[in-house]
Design a protein around this ligand. Structure first.
Ligand SMILES: C[S@@+](CC[C@H](N)C(=O)[O-])C[C@H]1O[C@@H](n2cnc3c(N)ncnc32)[C@H](O)[C@@H]1O
Length: 441
């Protein structure tokens, strides 16, 4: 692999005696991983049905390495949101964020959403996740991932950190800043990034990171914790960025990142964590854990619950074995179940205000793909449960009509018991309800 000379010079300076082993690691194979989505299945249950050979990633509770030649994104379990494909070292930031059920958590630079899904799996439907990205193109896959992985206690935002801060100062128990960075840790994963590193002016990143981190700190509660992470090796974007933040904010303390599974101390800062490709099986990451120990406390009032619309109540009675409760919000014909901890937000570009249940048009309710993905098989009255080897699964994912037995009406189509989407059955013919933009082409 041909690496930029300037990058190698920087790395020689940083790594000194270790440089040669670091450099050689670029000729070794890269590692592939996915994380089991414990919102839908436990690690133990998944391992019982797993069609793949997997081995544990040491710093992750639910992450596994898989071999390069298997294609987990082509298996229908991927479409049912049972696992999220993620570079192994990228699984580390959330591991150290110490998210507990009921927390209010902000993922400030979230797209495409790998770490948001990981946070949601720690929340297990309690508390609230606010997931944001400034880039409107990148928010689209973020929304898809949030929905496919069945995250429902969520507010998805496409806005800037300072505008978020106007609504959420001192609000969050946990904040993740997975900062935009020069991406030096991703060269082995994606050689195109070498070209953009050479072409772009990487000195722009520290300014961006500083601004994001400053706003992130303000949105944290006293006692709350923040993880700052990057996938680059550059010291200015890592240890120096954290040192500068601590110098400016004496109400923050640096906590220790436990050095498990081959994670190393930082460069001159022992509390932070470095994942190096020559020391563990992953591409590279930087982690710092901060705690806010002093500051102003602000009280927030939850939004008052709005009633369930009648048309949704009817849909539930006709089709579901459960009845949802909480705050039902309608925005432009879209019916949402908002998170219980939702507050009044002003002038923010919210893309999803909770779980999108469906559309209400002329008092008729049409369920969404997101609702199907947030349900369990037992939650629905009529289910078409396909075997993962059944050719109808691919047909369904392609949006084709399928012919199958079952009860007329709305059905939840599942693969080996895990929902894929809806369909309407009429005398053996299933009108495909799989979201058009998700269909296999
Ligand atoms: C490293 S990526 C995030 C990856 C993501 N956390 C994940 O695990 O899937 C950094 C993200 O920061 C976003 N970003 C850049 N500047 C930002 C800003 N000022 N505020 C919020 N997000 C920003 C980029 O659009 C990009 O999606």
């Amino acid at each position: 692999m041909k690496l930029p000379v300037k990058f190698l010079d920087n790395m020689k300076e940083i790594l000194k005696d270790e440089f040669d082993t670091f450099f050689k690691s670029y000729d070794e194979k890269r590692y592939y991983g996915f994380r089991i989505n414990t919102l839908k299945i436990s690690v133990e249950e998944f391992l019982k049905i797993s069609p793949f050979n997997l081995s544990k990633i040491p710093w992750s509770t639910d992450g596994f390495y898989y071999e390069e030649d298997i294609r987990p994104a082509k298996h229908p379990f991927y479409n049912s949101g049972l696992y999220y494909i993620q570079e192994p070292s990228a699984m580390s930031p959330v591991e150290f964020l110490d998210v507990k059920r009921g927390h209010k958590v902000l993922d400030l630079c979230a797209a495409p959403g790998g770490k948001s899904i990981q946070i949601a799996s720690r929340l297990q439907g309690e508390g609230m996740l606010v997931t944001n990205d400034i880039n409107s193109n990148r928010v689209k896959p973020l929304v898809k991932n949030i929905e496919m992985y069945g995250v429902h206690n969520v507010l998805v935002v496409n806005d800037s950190p300072d505008r978020l801060c106007k609504n959420f100062e001192g609000f969050f128990d946990r904040v993740l800043v997975d900062a935009p960075c020069s991406g030096e840790g991703m060269f082995r994963k994606d050689e195109k990034l070498i070209k953009s590193w050479e072409k772009d002016d990487i000195s722009i990143y520290p300014k961006m990171q500083r601004e994001i981190l400053d706003e992130a700190g303000k949105m944290l509660k006293v006692g709350g914790k923040l993880v700052y992470s990057t996938c680059t090796f550059n010291k200015d974007e890592n240890e120096n960025m954290i040192q500068e933040f601590l110098d400016k904010n004496d109400n923050f303390e640096l906590l220790n990142i436990e050095k498990i599974g081959g994670i190393s101390e930082g460069l001159g800062v022992k509390e932070v964590g470095r994942l190096w490709p020559h020391k563990l099986n992953g591409e590279g990451h930087f982690l710092a854990l901060l705690q806010k120990v002093d500051g102003e406390t602000k009280e927030y009032k939850r939004l008052k619950n709005k009633k369930k619309p009648e048309c949704f109540e009817e849909f539930e009675k006709e089709n579901m074995n459960i009845s949802l409760d909480g705050n039902f919000i309608t925005i432009n014909d879209n019916l949402y179940l908002a998170p219980k901890d939702m507050i009044d937000i002003k002038s923010l570009k919210a893309v999803r205000t909770g779980l999108l249940l469906g559309k209400v048009v002329k008092n008729r309710f049409k369920p969404s793909q997101a609702l199907a993905m947030a349900l369990k098989k037992e939650d629905f009255k009529r289910v078409i449960n396909l075997d993962s080897n059944d050719t109808n699964v691919i047909k369904y994912l392609k949006g084709e009509t399928i012919f199958t037995e079952g009860e007329n009406g709305f059905n939840l189509v599942c693969v080996d018991g895990y929902p894929l989407g809806f369909g309407k059955l009429n005398r053996g013919t299933l009108k495909n309800g799989y979201e058009k933009s998700w269909r296999w082409v």
